[in-house]
Design a protein around this ligand. Structure first.
Ligand code: TXA
Ligand code: MG
Length: 323
C-alpha cells in the first residue's frame, strides 16, 4: 500500500516542520508534529479553523499515554486497552507536552491511537505524537480517500500518503474522562454500546459547548447542496415535494427504496456500519452532480447509526456564515 520509503519521507517532513495528509481508519488527518508549535499553527491556517478548536494528538501506542496525560483513570485505561488502536479518542488532563497550541489553552488533551497500518508506521517511526484534525477545510465534509484530500487541500500540504479508502468512514468517538463520570462528546466510529459494555454502565452523550468541539457547531460536515433528512418511508414524498418547487434532487439511501423512477440515487446501505463507511464519499459524489437538494435517508439509531444520523443532522443544519 504505502512503501517504507514513503513512511520515511513522511517522518522527515514531520521532523522538519511540514504538514502531511495521513490516512487513518476513520478519516484522513492533516498531520503535524505535535511538539512543533509552528507546524501545529500551520494546520489551523490550512484548515481555516479557529485556534480555539483543539486538535487530537495521535500516538503510536498506549505506552505513550502518560507522557501526554497526567492522570489516567481506571476507566480510561480500560477503554484504551479494549479499543486502541481504533476509532476512540480520550479526553484527559494534559501534561506540559500538550501545549496551548494543540489544546486551545484548555487543561485537557484529546488522545487516540489510530487503527491504520500507515498511520501506525509513521507514528512508530516518528516516536512522538502527531496532532491531526480531519484533512478538510473547516465546516466541510471530511475526506475518506487521498483523492478527497488532494481536491480539498491540494498543494497546501507537503505530502499526501495514500492508504486507500478509510474503513470506518466517520470520525472517532470522543469520550471525556477528564472529570467525574465519562461522557461522549462526539458520537463516532466506536458505538456507545461497545463503550458501555466495557465500562459496565451507561455513558451519556454530552455534546460540549460550541467552542470546545468544532464538530458540534450547528452546520458542519456540509456539502454545497442543501440536505433534507428523511426516514426511508418518507423519501419518495420528500422528493416529489421538492421537485414541485422546481429543485433538482438527488437521494442518498439504500437499494430498494421506492422512488420516482428517474431520481439519481447515491448508494448508502441500510446497515449503519456500511452507511458510515461510504457516507462522506457519497455526499461528495452527489454534490459534484450539482443537485440543489439531497434527500438523505436516516439509518436506524443504533450502533454507528448514531454517528451517521449526527453527521447528517449537521449537514442539514442551517448554514453559518463560513459557508
Ligand atoms: O477520527 C478522528 O477523530 C479524526 C482522525 C484524523 O483522527 N480526527 C478528527 O479531528 O476528527 P477533528 O479535529 O476534526 O476533530 C477533533 C475533535 C474536535 O471537535 C475538537 O474540538 C475535539 O476533538 N477536541 C480536541 N481536544 C479536545 C479537548 N481537550 N476537549 C474536548 N474536545 C476536544
Ligand atoms: Mg473535523
Amino acid at each position: 500500500m504505502v512503501k517504507p520509503e514513503l513512511v520515511e519521507r513522511a517522518v522527515e517532513v514531520l521532523r522538519s516542520g511540514g504538514v502531511i495528509a495521513l490516512p487513518t481508519e476513520t478519516v484522513y488527518g492533516l498531520a503535524a508534529n505535535a511538539e512543533d508549535e509552528l507546524a501545529v499553527r500551520r494546520v489551523f491556517a490550512i484548515k481555516g479553523r479557529p485556534a480555539t478548536h483543539p486538535l487530537i494528538v495521535h500516538l503510536a501506542g498506549v505506552e505513550h499515554l502518560t507522557s501526554w496525560a497526567r492522570e489516567v483513570p481506571e476507566a480510561a485505561r480500560r477503554l484504551a486497552d479494549a479499543f486502541w488502536p481504533g476509532p476512540l479518542t480520550l479526553v484527559l488532563p494534559r501534561t506540559p507536552r500538550a501545549t496551548d497550541a494543540i489544546t486551545g489553552g484548555q487543561d485537557t488533551v484529546a488522545l487516540r491511537v489510530p487503527g491504520h497500518p500507515v498511520a501506525l508506521a509513521v507514528l512508530k517511526a516518528l516516536g512522538g505524537g502527531v496532532a491531526a484534525p480531519s484533512a478538510n477545510r473547516f465546516g466541510r465534509v471530511s475526506p475518506t480517500t487521498a483523492e478527497h484530500v488532494r481536491v480539498d487541500l491540494g498543494s497546501d500540504v507537503d505530502l499526501v500518503l495514500d492508504g486507500g479508502p478509510c474503513d470506518v468512514g466517520v470520525e472517532s468517538t470522543i469520550v471525556d474522562l477528564s472529570s467525574g463520570s465519562p461522557a461522549i462528546l462526539r458520537p463516532g466510529g466506536l458505538s456507545a454500546e461497545a463503550i458501555e459494555r466495557v465500562l459496565g454502565h451507561p455513558v451519556p452523550v454530552r455534546v460540549a459547548s460550541k467552542v470546545r468541539v468544532s464538530g458540534s457547531l450547528e452546520s458542519h460536515y456540509a456539502p454545497r447542496a442543501g440536505v433534507v433528512l428523511a426516514e426511508p418511508t418518507e423519501a419518495a414524498a420528500r422528493v416529489r415535494a421538492l421537485r414541485e418547487q422546481g429543485l433538482s434532487v438527488g437521494v442518498l439511501g439504500p437499494r430498494g427504496l421506492e422512488l420516482p423512477g428517474d431520481v439519481p440515487r447515491f448508494d448508502v446501505p441500510e446497515d449503519p456500519a456500511g452507511a458510515a463507511r461510504v457516507l462522506y464519499a457519497r455526499l461528495r459524489e452527489a454534490d459534484e452532480k450539482g443537485h440543489d437538494v439531497l434527500v438523505a435517508c436516516l439509518p436506524s439509531a443504533s450502533g454507528l447509526g448514531i454517528a451517521v444520523r449526527d453527521r447528517l443532522a449537521r449537514a442539514a443544519a442551517p448554514r453559518t456564515p463560513h459557508h
